[in-house]
Design a protein around this ligand. Structure first.
Ligand code: DWN
Ligand code: SAH
Ligand code: ZN
Length: 409
């Protein structure tokens, strides 16, 4: 029995992905002997409805001065974050000299909008290399892991905030009660917490099990987020679905009673009930769907190999680490993975050690098939890869099921 990180209740895990490495731990051959692995198990707590990792590596193993994910690698995400900025500014930042805090601001992809508008802002980002990119753009950033103690220091120095926001960060933090208490302290009386994360409903519907990797400790729903933050006197006042990262949810919270609650909150909770997110059986079925997806992907790659086809991975995502290690797919089936991030290039993928090469290598000699690991950026990638299709190339995806496609949509 595992113990819930939110309510301390006991629950039965529903799947193990076996031994997994650090998802963003791209490495040189001399580091293979020291590579770290942990058993990645996921469970659902029926008491507070939180889906969660049973165990997570210590935070410094994942977030440090060599962090490999730079938010700025996606142009469409920059557009998304500009719109998120406008949404916050228009709706929740009406005081004369507003102050905004972002947790996990990475290279400043969103905070740059506030900085350019000369709005008082602070980014809190523990991975020093990505934080440096933001600092060099003139974005006020401190290199720290946000928690309650950091929140107190922030309030002492800057005063209370009109908005505290983050994207794809809240679900990374097991000490989330300390974070929630810190946010409660930071927010002024009409202050809001706004955050986005991959949505449990989408993961269940699309069998997108690659959202599970070391960094992602929680898989949120409106129900579990309400339960969790309700313990800290914060109320969900809106829940707005997003297309990003394969289906996300934007949650808006405020001090209880400070704002009216949008109808969308109750409506989304109804949808969650219909999806069965509050039932153990849903997760048993998810496990069966994941196992089927694995069988089909491995069979397809072996068939292509037997027929003499070449497969190259597109996007050395964190998510791909789960797919590759869980399915046992290595360099025998995938020649290399193409990625535009300099820090990943020339290294080996975590665990299964497939070479990661610059994008130019993909273009130089198109493979027969490209396996779309960055499937969440499908729109952006299809828009720029028409030449690959025109040359007879085909795409493989495993979301929502394993299939080949040769048309952009
Ligand atoms: O939650 C998280 C999200 C926001 O980002 C983090 N825990 C880690 C990371 O997850 P990921 O690595 O799965 O994110 P992406 O955005 O799916 O990664 C895309 C990868 O593909 C990057 O390495 C950049 C690369 N890429 C590329 O080579 N060509 C991306 C695009 C759009 C491209 O055209
Ligand atoms: N917000 C960006 C980056 C997401 S990646 C985007 O959506 O693209 C997750 C980020 O959270 C990493 O940059 C990591 O260093 C940061 N992070 C992890 N734990 C944190 C904590 N306790 N406080 C602040 N940031 C944290
Ligand atoms: Zn619980």
């Amino acid at each position: 029995m595992a113990k819930c990180l939110i309510c301390e209740g006991s629950y039965e895990p529903f799947i193990s992905f076996g031994k997994q490495p650090i998802a963003n731990g791209f490495l040189t051959p001399d580091r293979i002997k020291d590579e770290y692995f942990f058993e990645m198990i996921v469970g659902y707590c029926p008491s507070c409805e939180m889906v969660q990792l049973v165990d997570q590596p210590e935070r410094e193993r994942m977030f440090n001065e060599n962090y490999a994910f730079f938010s700025g690698t996606s142009k469409l995400m920059a557009v998304h974050f500009q719109k998120f900025y406008e949404f916050l500014r228009e709706n929740y930042m009406k005081s004369p000299d507003p102050f905004v805090v972002e947790m996990g601001s990475n290279d400043g992809i969103m905070l740059q909008n506030f900085a350019q508008a000369k709005i008082r802002h602070l980014g809190i980002e523990p991975s020093a290399n990505v934080a440096k990119v933001a600092q060099e753009k003139g974005i006020n950033t401190i290199v720290e892991f946000f928690d309650e103690a950091v929140a107190q220091k922030v309030v002492a120095k800057y005063g209370k905030a009109d908005a505290f926001y983050c994207a794809n960060v809240m679900c990374h933090i097991p000490y989330i009660h300390s974070v929630a208490a810190g946010i409660k302290t930071i927010l002024g009386p009409k202050g809001v917490l706004a955050f986005e994360d991959p949505y449990l409903g989408d993961i269940v519907e699309k069998t997108s099990y690659d959202q599970v990797y070391d960094e992602h400790v929680f898989f949120f729903s409106v129900a579990s987020v309400s339960n969790l933050f309700g313990r800290h006197g914060l109320e969900v006042i809106d829940a707005i679905p997003q297309e990003t990262h394969g289906g996300s949810m934007r949650y808006i919270l405020a001090h209880k009673g400070a704002y009216p609650v949008s109808d969308r909150v109750a409506k989304q909770r109804e949808i969650e009930k219909k999806l069965g997110l509050d039932k153990q059986e849903t997760y048993a079925q998810l496990r069966r769907n994941i196992e089927k997806s694995r069988e089909e992907l491995v069979a397809l790659l072996k068939k292509i190999k037997a027929e003499g086809g070449r497969v190259v991975g597109y996007g050395a995502t964190s998510k791909s680490t789960t797919i590759l290690n869980y399915c046992g797919i290595g360099p025998d089936l995938i020649e290399f993975i193409s990625d535009t991030t300099p820090i990943k290039q020339g290294k080996l993928s975590p665990g299964v050690h497939i070479p990661v090469l610059p994008y130019e290598k993909f273009v130089e000699k198109y493979p027969t098939y490209a396996l779309l690991f960055a499937w969440n950026h499908r729109k952006e990638i299809m828009a720029k890869e028409s030449a690959f299709l025109a040359a007879g190339g085909k795409w493989i995806t495993y979301v929502p099921n394993v299939h080949i496609f040769d048309k952009p949509d």
